[in-house]
Write a protein that binds this ligand. Structure first.
Ligand code: NAD
Ligand code: TYD
Length: 356
């Protein structure tokens, strides 16, 4: 897919946390046209698309990636130059409570999208087919857990997923590669580390802790808090995907990560200090006193870390936001955008209150 003309990109799951950042980047920075297909599950919060809703190059369609008739119709109507698949169930704790939704969307949904794409390309000429891209957005969690002193994940690290979420993402990656090897579908894959930033759903660690800290509530840290994640500001991830779409090699995988490993306790303490600086507690106490160690997540992976050498060397991508400044920006965003997250705290999804 060349980067010089107005291209139409079909994005799935574009109303979620990372997909929405990608849609904003495509429409506002790159001048691309976006068709966003999203089922609007609990994870697609109202207001997330506010910045580009109504934009002439943004088109929204509510629907499921597994709906073959709908996807075939969208392909024919919009003739996109690429499809970028973000649509997924994405929260590890939910995958422990109810794994089958993860198999349905992440595995069966991805397979269905691959078949719909294959059918669409079957009716196109060789030039269109070779310029087309099916980009699959995946996670570093497919590689399993690292010891604290082990080397970071590279693209050839063997898959060893441990949660129902990461197993379903691993399965989807295998399907995408199989469609490349078997049918010649022009695919690329990115495996990215933990993202953070604006519009992050408040069941995930960073937004959950920011909101609870603002409200002066206990801050739950699983186990001992020594688990390590490699954090990347969401807009850096969006740029990486756009670069892979434009210049990545078909059949290739690119690991994406910010080189910003932090233990969960370090992350939570940093949030406490940022919130204290901005909104001191009236009783003079520090937010760090709210940290509460709670029961560990079953099968909790100790550490994820990404070696991003390949995408940096081959495509010239670099993470542009360091963790400390990105975290401060994120805290400020949650302080300024209570209208976005406050309604989510009362919502229920499949009978359950959300994590906050
Ligand atoms: P999210 O949960 O915020 O958003 C997922 C979106 O997909 C939602 O808008 C939801 O409505 C939509 N969706 C769910 N099922 C669908 C279906 N069947 N059909 C159409 N739409 C559907 O997720 P996110 O954090 O933005 O993650 C996006 C992708 O990036 C996922 O594939 C995830 O595995 C991957 N990823 C996430 C992270 C992270 O840190 N959050 C890191 C690396 C990779
Ligand atoms: P999370 O944001 O759920 O992302 P992932 O599980 O995909 O890495 O969790 C990040 C880390 O924070 C993970 O090690 C689990 C931990 N965690 C807590 O300690 N407390 C919490 O309330 C949550 C949601 C997560």
């Amino acid at each position: 897919m060349s980067g010089h003309e107005t291209k139409t990109v079909m994005v799935t799951g574009g109303s979620g946390f990372i997909g929405s950042a990608f849609c904003r980047h495509c429409v506002s920075d790159l001048g691309w046209r976006v068709v966003n297909l999203d089922a609007l599950t609990y994870a697609a919060a109202d207001g997330t698309m506010k910045q580009i809703e109504g934009h002439p190059r943004y088109h929204f369609v509510k629907g499921d990636i597994a709906d073959r008739v709908l996807v075939a119709d969208l392909f024919l109507r919009h003739s996109p130059a690429a499809i970028v698949n973000f649509a997924a169930e994405s929260h590890v704790d939910r995958s422990i409570d109810g794994p089958l939704a993860f198999i349905n969307t992440n595995v069966v949904g991805t397979a269905s999208l691959l078949e719909a794409t294959r059918e669409f390309l079957g009716g196109r000429d060789a030039g269109f087919r070779s310029a087309f891209r099916f980009h699959h957005v995946s996670t570093d969690e497919v590689y399993g857990s690292l010891a604290l002193d082990e080397n970071a994940f590279v693209e050839t690290t063997a898959y060893q997923p441990s949660s129902p979420y990461s197993a379903s993402k691993a399965a989807s990656d295998h399907l995408v590669r199989a469609w490349w090897h078997t049918f010649g579908l022009p695919v690329t894959i990115t495996n990215c580390s933990n993202n953070y930033g604006p519009f992050h759903f408040p069941e995930k660690l960073i937004p959950l802790v920011i909101i609870k800290a603002l409200r002066g509530e206990p801050l739950p840290v699983y186990g001992t808090g020594r688990n390590v994640r490699d954090w990347l500001f969401v807009e850096d991830h969006a740029r990486a995907i756009a670069m892979v779409l434009q210049n990545g090699e078909t059949g290739e995988t690119y690991n994406v990560g910010g080189n910003e490993e932090r233990s969960n306790l370090e992350v939570v303490e940093a949030i406490c200090d940022l919130v204290d600086q901005r909104v001191p507690l009236s009783n003079g106490k520090r937010r760090r006193d709210l940290i509460t160690f709670v029961a560990d997540r079953p099968g909790h992976d100790l550490r994820y870390a990404i070696d991003n050498t390949k995408i940096c060397d081959q495509l010239g991508w670099r993470p542009s936001t360091r963790f400390e400044s990105g975290l401060a920006k994120t805290v400020d965003w949650y302080l300024d955008n209570e209208w976005w997250w406050q309604p989510l705290l009362e919502k229920r999804y499949q009978g359950q209150r959300l994590g906050v």
